[in-house]
Design a protein around this ligand. Sequence first.
Ligand code: TTP
Length: 356
Amino acid sequence: MRKIIHIDADAFYASVEERDNPSLKHVPLAVGGNPSGRGVVATCNYIARSFGVHSAMPSSHALRLCPDLNFVKPRFGAYRAASQQMHEIFKRYTRVIEPLSLDEAYLDVSNTMHCKGSATLTAQSIQRDIIQEVGISVSAGVAPNKFLAKVASDWKKPAGLFVIHPKDIDSFVRLLPVKKINGVGKVTEQKLKEMGIETCEDLSTFSEHELTQRFGKYGRRLSELARGIDERVVSVERVRKSLSTETTLENNIQSTEELDKICKDQYTELLKRAEKLKPDQSISARYVKLKFSDFTQTTMEEALHVGLESWQDEAAFSKLLKTAWERKSAPVRLVGLGLRIGNTKKDKHQLDLFTN
Ligand code: TTP
């Protein structure tokens, strides 16, 4: 039986800002863009959340909900430094660490002798170290697998610790709403609801075969997760499989001219992010993602198999976006561009394949 800890910082950017300016601690705080422009909230503290403010909300709307909301601009350098410090702390307890983002990581502590081999005591000790040394609070989940550890870290936020013992898995997942399952977004949640499924217990009344018929490959995964089964290992070497950028628009757009303008901005951002790629990596595809005003989503991909120097073509992204948009020709609320990453430069010929 494995022992997995999932650590997730509480209101990460906002906590770092409060740490560096304690006068922000007891007031509603949002980190993000200017409320008088088209800015959005990156995150906000828990006081602001009590007014209904949340991540990705237009800053102007957030200010309407909470007129005393204090805004600060993000300081990514400070967040990266805090993240690095957290990582150094994790390394004291185990070498099996899988970072998911700046403020989130899985740790496999099955084979460590720290804290008498207790995952719960280890998680508490990590939480204490982070408060003392980084100056922010984190929540922790302890469970026999990644799925449950992640659900658990969210269970008692902020500064919470929740442990799911192997013997309690069945009773825990039974009542778990399906929307807590990673990958179940609004559309899948609605689809499940139409089938009368709201909890994992409801889900487990359907056979794997039935779920696969409805949801394809994801059906099998749903069936396992509903029973609390997740065999994924904590993977130390996280190979970057894609690189992407996306933006939720303040106002839905409806014309190809507007789409082109967003494409230009996102393309510039993607170029910046692609600087991180290593020279021996290759691009196996470029893709676009559109979310429509009714929350349905479509993606379109173009296979490439080229080296890092040959994917840069703004017009190609623009063409993909237009083709994707024509599928529905409805107002668009989110635009994303991305690249799928391969690891070698082989297969450099262009296939020019369009897939859904
Ligand atoms: P999250 O871990 O999703 O959220 P959080 O740490 O702010 O709050 P919680 O206590 O609920 O976990 O995101 C981590 C950081 O990523 C967050 O502090 C800011 C950034 N972020 C954005 O910039 N935009 C977003 O839409 C989201 C969700 C997060």
